[in-house]
Design a protein around this ligand. Structure first.
Ligand SMILES: [Zn+2]
Length: 291
């Protein structure tokens, strides 16, 4: 290949990367007078506003912070006071350093701080430790309450679900639940085994959400669209079915390869195919049960 051709290819790659970044738009959805959902690239952001403080849940990737702040300005002129991380993954904590500089106090489960403090390996790639300023400064172990903006916010840890540091955030008076990645609306979930996630913990977490929610509860999932209790119940059924089918295969001595290629296991749930495919969810459940 001659150098001109190489040069033009590299220009094309640079150009298409830039245009991809430019295309990300922050879409704001008003869920109640006080709670908003912001979608961009990465995990869904929750925003809670009122007289006392601006409370944000997750912050996507660092390069998106200016756009996210612009979208927040359209909702409130006030700065973000509190930022809750639902877990340590980069598409939920990537903006931490920027938000800390904006004056936000960062809160999370203790394992979020622990994992962000040191290098992590995720899907075979090393994710470098975050700078001190990007780490949560207030951490909790099981649960906590926050009393701001005339609501009582229940923050609760879910054991070993998507990761080992998951938190769900329930605005009790607004009756709105932010689940983080402990719930993927309409899609097979990503169970991060290398970060302490498990199929049993994931199902327990969904059950906890079902108990918290009533028929009017609006649910902001980590990924996907605004959801409800009815969808949570069918999501749980899908996971319980897959778990029991894969457990049967394991009991019958089937290997991971055999389970991976067994289409019958997921036949009722092909509509849940997404970034996590049928194969990927079968592998995760098999490995989780076989530990
Ligand atoms: Zn995640």
């Amino acid at each position: 290949m001659n150098s001109i051709k190489l040069f033009s290819i590299s220009i094309f790659i640079t150009f298409s990367m830039q245009s991809q970044k430019k295309e990300v738009q922050i879409i704001t959805t008003k869920i109640s007078d006080q709670v908003f959902m912001l979608k961009g690239q990465g995990g869904n952001i929750g925003l809670f506003i009122g007289d006392d403080a601006v409370f944000m849940i997750d912050d996507q990737f660092a390069p998106l912070t200016p756009k996210i702040l612009e979208a927040i300005k359209k909702i409130t002129p006030k700065p973000v006071n509190y930022l809750m991380n639902t877990h340590w993954h980069g598409d939920h904590t990537g903006g931490n350093l920027n938000m800390q500089k904006e004056g936000a106090l960062i809160l999370a489960h203790k394992n979020v701080r622990k994992r962000m403090s040191v290098d992590q390996v995720i899907r075979g790639k090393v994710k470098k430790a975050s700078p001190k300023e990007a780490l949560p400064v207030i951490t909790f172990t099981e649960d906590m309450m926050m009393h701001i903006n005339n609501d009582d916010i229940y923050v609760s840890h879910i054991h070993k679900a998507h990761t080992d540091g998951d938190a769900l955030v329930y605005f009790t008076k607004n009756n709105i639940l932010h689940t983080g990645d402990a719930y993927f609306q309409g899609k097979f979930p990503y169970i991060d085994l290398s970060s302490g996630g498990s199929i049993n913990g994931y199902i327990d977490g969904i059950q906890k959400m079902i108990v918290l929610a009533n028929d009017e509860t609006k649910i902001i999932p980590g990924h996907g669209n605004i959801s409800n209790k009815r969808e949570l119940i069918s999501f749980k059924k899908m996971l319980v079915d897959l778990k029991s089918r894969i457990q049967t295969e394991i009991d019958n001595g089937k290997t991971l390869e055999e389970v991976k290629h067994n289409k019958k296991i997921t036949k009722d749930y092909v509509s849940f195919n997404g970034w996590i495919t049928e194969e990927k969810i079968k592998i995760a459940i098999y490995k989780s049960l076989n530990k």
